[in-house]
Design a binder for this molecule. Structure first.
Ligand SMILES: [Zn+2]
Ligand SMILES: [Zn+2]
Length: 305
C-alpha cells in the first residue's frame, strides 16, 4: 500500500524541484514480504512491514555523524529514484520495519516519523509548550509526538477539519489563524511568554517568519516545511531571543520505532486521517481530483494487492 502526501502532489503537478521525469511515485509504503534473499535475521514470506524510503552514502558528513537521515546524497524512493507504486520492490533488510499493524497503519508510519524526528530535533520535554504551524499529514505527526512526550501542544491551522483531527491525535489547544489573532492567542495560552518550541510544517515565507516571531525567548524553532521562495527575516530576533533554529529532514530508525509503538497502542486516529483507498488503476484519477481540490482530501492511499 502506498500513501500520497503534499510532496507527491507537487511531483504530480511538475513542481517538485527534486524530481526528474519519468518517475514512479511512492515513498510512504507498507509491503508484504515475498522472499528474503538475505542471510541471518530473515523475514518470512507473508510478514507485513513498513518501509523506510531513504538511502544514505555512509561517507558524507551527516552519515559520519550518525545522522544518515540528512545524507547529502540521499535518494528517497519516489523522489530521486523510482518508488513503491508498483507491484514488487527490492529493499535492504534494514529499511523494513515489521510490526503488529494493518497494512494501512504500516503505511502511516513514514509520514508520522517526519514529525517525530522534528520533535526530537526540538528536544521537546514534558515541561514544554509546543506550537505547531500546519496540521496536515506532517503536522499531525508532530502533534502526536509532542503530546506523547507529555508536552502541551498548540495546533495552528486555517482549516477547522484539520484542527479537529489534530485534537484526535493528542493536540491540547487549537488556533484557527484565519479567524483568530494568532499572536494574541499564543500569548494568552502561554502566560505572555510565547511557546517554548515552535515547529513549522507548512513551508510558506509567512509561517517561517511567524515561528521566529512567536517563539519564546531562548526557545527552539524547528523547520520541516520547504519554503518555495527566499524568506527575509528580522535576524535581530535570532540574537535577541538567543534562539536555536533547527532544520529537520526525514527521520531516523528510532523515529520509526517510536511511531510503531504509538500506532500499536492505537492512540492515533488512522481511519480519520485517511480520506480513501483506491486501487492502482484509479491512482491517476485520485491525484487529479486532489490536485483540483487540495483542501478536500486528507491522505489518499493506493492498494496494490
Ligand atoms: Zn510523504
Ligand atoms: Zn551520506
Amino acid at each position: 500500500m502506498v500513501g500520497f502526501c503534499g510532496s507527491d502532489l507537487n511531483s504530480f503537478r511538475g513542481l517538485n524541484p527534486l524530481i526528474t521525469y519519468p518517475r514512479i511515485l511512492g515513498h510512504e509504503a507498507s509491503a508484504t514480504v515475498v522472499e528474503d534473499f538475505g542471510s541471518g535475521n530473515k523475514l518470512s514470506a507473508g510478514i507485513e512491514v513498513a518501509v523506510s524510503p531513504y538511502t544514505s552514502c555512509g561517507t558524507c558528513s551527516s552519515c559520519r555523524r550518525g545522522r544518515a537521515n540528512a545524507c547529502q546524497f540521499n535518494q528517497t524512493l519516489g523522489v530521486q529514484r523510482d518508488g513503491a507504486l508498483t507491484e514488487f520492490i527490492v529493499m535492504p533488510r534494514e529499511k523494513l520495519y515489521p510490526a503488529a499493524l494493518t497494512p494501512k497503519e504500516l503505511c502511516m508510519v513514514e509520514p508520522l516519523t517526519v514529525g517525530f524526528h522534528a520533535v526530537a530535533r526540538g528536544r521537546v520535554t514534558a515541561d514544554d509548550t509546543v506550537a505547531i504551524w500546519g496540521c496536515g499529514g506532517v503536522g499531525l505527526g508532530v502533534v502526536a509526538a509532542a503530546s506523547s512526550q507529555g508536552a502541551r501542544t498548540i495546533c495552528i491551522d486555517v482549516d477547522d477539519d484539520k484542527l479537529e483531527l489534530a485534537r484526535m491525535a493528542g493536540g491540547h489547544l487549537t488556533i484557527n489563524s484565519k479567524r483568530e489573532p494568532l499572536h494574541d492567542r499564543l500569548l494568552e495560552m502561554t502566560e505572555g511568554r510565547g511557546p517554548d518550541v515552535a515547529i513549522e510544517a507548512i513551508g510558506t515565507a509567512a509561517t517561517f517568519r511567524s515561528a521566529v516571531e512567536e517563539v519564546a525567548f531562548t526557545g527552539r524553532v524547528v523547520y520541516i516545511g520547504y519554503a518555495k521562495e527566499p524568506v527575509s527575516y528580522e535576524t535581530r530576533l535570532f540574537v535577541q531571543k538567543e534562539l536555536d533554529v533547527l532544520g529537520s529532514r526525514n527521520a531516523q530508525p528510532k523515529d520509526f520505532h517510536a511511531v510503531i509503538k504509538l500506532l500499536e497502542s492505537r492512540r492515533f486516529p488512522v481511519d480519520q486521517a485517511v480520506s480513501f483507498i483506491v486501487p492502482l488503476e484509479e491512482a491517476p484519477c485520485a491525484l487529479r481530483s486532489w490536485s483540483q481540490n487540495p483542501s478536500q482530501f486528507r491522505k489518499i492511499m493506493v492498494r496494490l494487492d
